[in-house]
Design a protein around this ligand. Sequence first.
Ligand SMILES: Nc1ncnc2c1ncn2[C@@H]1O[C@H](COP(=O)(O)OP(=O)(O)O)[C@@H](O)[C@H]1O
Ligand SMILES: [Mg+2]
Length: 163
Amino acid sequence: MFIEISNLCKSYKTECIETIALKDANISLNKGEIGVILGPSGSGKSTLMNILGGLDSADSGKVIVDNIDITKLSDDELVEYRREKTDFIFQSYNLMPHLTVLENIEIIQNISKSPLDINEVLEAVGLADKKNRFPRELSGGQQQCVAVARAVIKIQRYYFVMN
Ligand SMILES: Nc1ncnc2c1ncn2[C@@H]1O[C@H](COP(=O)(O)OP(=O)(O)O)[C@@H](O)[C@H]1O
Ligand SMILES: [Mg+2]
């Protein structure tokens, strides 16, 4: 298995209430397999993705990705994990407001080992003619396309082609 999540638990504690977001969640995925997580609002999908993406920590359970249990990684190791193993398209885009479309994508391209060509990616998401615009000058859908471009730019070509 490439991804193996077992008995994952996470709750959020505020002053007087505790919300159980994940209770013994289990997921297995082979390399190249595409998984879809479906569920009503509040059922824990974002919590699960945030933990799998190395953005949040679990209370207990294992999250094995490519033979490494990411729940055991240090902060520095998690930075490397996020950079090298994950791409994340945020629900609220999280684009840098003071950077142009091109710069928002370049910032990730620059830290990737073997990124795709930026113009090809811009072309693929239909934003080649908008590359010098700022996020606020784009529609919501176009901003989402920038977020997609920013996520896929770091995919190595051989991986892109094989899968
Ligand atoms: N930061 C937080 N603080 C407190 N409760 C939270 C927080 N984030 C999520 N929750 C709660 O955890 C549960 C799961 O939320 P979430 O993972 O965002 O669900 P989904 O993405 O499936 O809509 C919900 O009941 C939600 O209210
Ligand atoms: Mg959500």
